[in-house]
Design a protein around this ligand. Structure first.
Ligand code: TXA
Ligand code: MG
Length: 317
């Protein structure tokens, strides 16, 4: 079983030996390995049971290091990075050959971000290689927002999980690319669109793809619990029933046992809701219920990203 702890030196030693380690970030926990070591990268794919066509995000701690991995940083990418890093924003940038093709699934661009978590930033500073890190969940399942979530699902395959407490943002990073100097969001996430557009102006959003996805986070069925999840039309309520689980925004639903309900934010705060989303979905998935009903969130701020995750969670394979 994985050891949980806060000892950066242990994490460093495992990573330097080519092993994978669970790491905290402000968005979700990552399953990290040396991005420059193809064997470590293969281990990430194997542990997650992730298809090799799904590329990984590379995490680093400084622009200096970033320049070793990418050939150019377009102006708007630079503006965003300067404003929001460290933070929940991933940029797609043209890669240098130092980054193995395995990491990008053969794509010419590499996804990079500087995460905002003190333990992980410290760890990254102490390493002389960047960390490839997908969310630390089995492929297709809900992302982990605590060290214990990682231990519960991948604990027997990961020697060490750096425990940085519950993730502060709670939803994966927003992914943005700059093809032909056009800024396109490929995954809605922890950095709100409004904030991005305030810096670089309007961006296009292309988060749906059914075949050959640019980002498998774009696959229609993803981020899903094992139980069927129904995303309710706005303003409707679930049918009452005994073995029904419910994920509500502010107020519990009537007719459903309170034990089977989770409230995302009693005060209606979308940031608090995002922080709770995956832990609550996981908790509902583990309750003795047959089906989970979820209420859509207001389409503003992190509400867009949460509705995207709920929509994908509601699609059954
Ligand atoms: O918040 C996050 O981004 C977390 C933490 C750990 O940093 N990581 C994360 O990684 O969510 P993952 O692997 O679960 O999701 C990364 C998404 C995938 O949908 C992948 O297809 C896409 O990013 N991606 C990675 N590299 C890409 C590339 N070069 N081009 C297009 N999409 C890419
Ligand atoms: Mg993921």
């Amino acid at each position: 079983m994985a050891q949980l702890g806060t000892d950066k030196a242990i994490a460093k030693a495992f990573l330097e030996a080519g092993n994978v380690v669970g790491i905290p970030t402000e968005t979700v926990y990552g399953l990290a390995g040396n991005a420059l070591n193809p064997d470590a990268v293969l281990t990430i794919f194997r542990v997650k049971n992730r298809p090799s066509f799904d590329p990984l995000i590379v995490h680093t701690d400084s622009f200096d290091k970033l320049n070793q991995f990418v050939t150019t940083i377009p102006d708007r990418a630079y503006q965003l990075a300067e404003t929001f890093w460290p933070g929940p924003l991933t940029l797609l940038l043209p890669k240098r050959s130092l980054i193995p093709d395995l990491v990008t699934a053969g794509l010419p661009s590499v996804a990079v971000r500087i995460p905002n978590h003190p333990l992980t930033l410290d760890l990254l500073r102490s390493l002389d290689f960047p960390l490839a890190a997908p969310s630390a969940n089995p492929f297709g399942y809900i992302s982990p927002t605590t060290a214990q979530h990682v231990a519960d699902q991948l604990g027997d395959q990961v020697p060490y999980i750096l425990d940085g407490g519950p993730a502060g943002v709670g939803i994966e990073s927003t992914i943005i690319g700059f093809d032909d100097n056009e800024a396109t969001v490929f995954r809605l996430g922890g950095m709100a669109l409004e904030q991005i557009e305030a810096i670089i102006g309007p961006v296009s959003v292309r988060t749906h793809s059914t075949s050959n996805p640019k980002a498998p986070g774009m696959l229609s069925s993803h981020y899903a619990p094992r139980k069927p999840l129904i995303l309710l039309p706005a303003g409707t309520t679930p049918e009452p029933g005994k073995r029904i689980g419910a994920l509500a925004f502010r107020e519990p639903f009537g007719g459903i046992h309170t034990d089977n309900q989770r409230i995302l934010s009693p005060t209606g705060d979308l940031n608090e809701a995002a922080k709770n989303l995956f832990a609550h979905l996981r908790a509902l998935d583990n309750l003795p219920v047959d089906i989970i009903y979820a209420e859509p969130l207001p389409n503003e701020g992190l509400g867009w990203a949460m509705n995207d995750r709920l929509r994908r969670a509601s699609v059954q394979d």
